[in-house]
Design a protein around this ligand. Structure first.
Ligand code: SF4
Ligand code: SF4
Length: 422
């Protein structure tokens, strides 16, 4: 698409945004893939429409405020990317746009409060734990609270699991086949610490030594995807320092975090750390990708051969499937688990509505997508729905509960680990 964006006017991310806009040929192949276009039915809420809006703002033809509602309604699910024959890097464009123009966007008080609370608590496990405990106490009053706070309270679980303190190193069991450093995540480590426990268990049983770098922090994805570039840079810089170089890979077990860490070269563009960030991002991979490349899963006990058959529906988290193009490895690993019978979810390519803090910022669209996803999961007739992202787990569990379904929501690593324990 022809444009008159002057990249140098928009800081270090200007070039990436101009290049992405140039690639779009306005063909519209992305429209059927876009959940918000399906929900809202307007060109301005489609990928093509949003690219046009961003182009016009960056050219100085359109006020930021006019484009804002449509860009805020974008999930950032990047389902438009695999659908695009011109390979427009929509995710890079959207994140860069939000980082560059987000601060100029006018926001209501309720939205500012939600954003402040999310930014001040979610990336910090200690603070998030205190906030989650306090929130649970006032959760019964959610219905009489301002809607901005009620939405956040409703997402809190009724019970918080006990804190799990991880060691700095877990040796491989049996013959060593590899060594990785694990990103333990922030909100995930509070809401579902068992995911890290299961991940370490599966890796070590497959001959992989796991190190947990002590200086690691939030991956920065939550900040980056809502346009807080300064915070995202800080988190990225800290992780570049914290993770060691003497490992085969830096593994993640949350799709959003893995995707965010792959974006470090863009987040740190124009800084002295850009080339380090490129090398770092090359070493990041989802735990399922690492295990799949290692070979077949090993060490299931003989007793697991007689496990009762369990139907497991696999949910593709957008930031694993669309952003990192990881589709086959989790399915291939689950298919090796004794007793597991894999099921596909109809419309599986559509986002569940979680999308980072989207279900806090845009509860109406998120609720609709969550309901539809829960309905499709129920239609599979599975006993378990597995996935690789804590945000999707929270969202899907909430909507399955609302629908009265007893389908168990598990992380892919938990499904595999359970077969080792049988
Ligand atoms: S499919 Fe790609 S090139 Fe076509 S309109 Fe969508 S983003 Fe642009
Ligand atoms: S990121 Fe998702 S919601 Fe946003 S335009 Fe692309 S497909 Fe639509």
């Amino acid at each position: 698409m022809r444009h008159e964006i002057e990249p140098t006017e928009h800081g270090p991310l200007g070039e990436a945004m101009a290049a992405a806009v140039s690639k779009c040929v306005h063909c519209g192949f992305c429209l059927p893939a876009c959940p918000t276009y399906q929900e809202l039915g307007q060109e301005t809420d489609s990928p093509r429409g949003r690219i046009m809006l961003m182009k016009e703002v960056l050219e100085g033809q359109l006020p930021v405020a006019q484009a804002a509602p449509h860009l805020d309604a974008c999930l950032g699910c990047v389902a438009c990317q695999p659908a695009c024959p011109s390979e427009v890097p929509y995710g890079d464009l959207l994140s860069s746009y939000r980082a560059t123009k987000g601060a100029q966007q006018p926001r209501r008080l309720g939205s500012r409060v939600k954003r402040f609370l999310s930014a001040a608590t979610l990336p910090f496990p200690g603070r998030f734990r205190i906030a989650a405990w306090s929130g649970r106490l006032v959760k019964p009053l959610a219905s009489v609270m301002p809607s901005s706070l009620a939405v956040m309270l409703q997402l809190l679980p009724d019970r918080l699991p006990a804190k799990v303190k991880l060691k700095s190193r877990y040796p491989a069991i049996g013959k060593q086949r590899g060594k990785v450093a694990l990103l333990t995540g922030c909100a995930q480590s509070v809401l579902a610490p068992d995911i890290n426990v299961a991940t370490i268990d599966v890796l070590t049983r497959n001959g992989v030594e796991v190190v947990i770098p002590s200086g690691q922090g939030c991956c920065g994805a939550l900040s980056w995807h809502v346009g807080d570039h300064a915070a995202a840079k800080k988190f990225a810089q800290a992780n570049l320092q914290a993770f060691p170089s003497d490992v085969d890979a830096i593994v993640t077990n949350a799709a959003g975090c893995g995707s965010g860490m792959h974006e470090y070269p863009l987040i740190l563009k124009g800084t002295g750390s850009e080339s380090t960030a490129v090398q770092f991002a090359d070493r990041v991979c989802d735990v399922t990708v690492y295990l799949d490349q290692l070979g077949e899963l090993t060490g299931f006990p003989d007793s697991s051969r007689s496990r009762a058959s369990v139907k497991v529906a696999y949910h593709d988290a957008c930031h694993l499937s669309n952003a990192q193009r990881v589709n086959q490895p989790p399915r291939s690993l689950l298919a090796q688990v004794p007793g597991v019978q894999l099921a596909e979810i109809i419309g599986g390519q559509f986002c569940c509505g979680s999308a980072g803090t989207y279900n806090i910022d845009q509860p109406k669209i998120a609720g609709s997508l969550g309901r539809q996803k829960a309905e499709q999961v129920i239609r599979t007739d599975a006993q378990v729905v597995a996935m690789g992202n804590i945000g999707c787990m929270t969202q899907i569990e909430q909507h399955l509960n609302k629908a009265g379904s007893a389908i168990k929501v598990q992380h892919t690593m938990q499904v595999i680990r359970d077969a080792y324990l049988d």
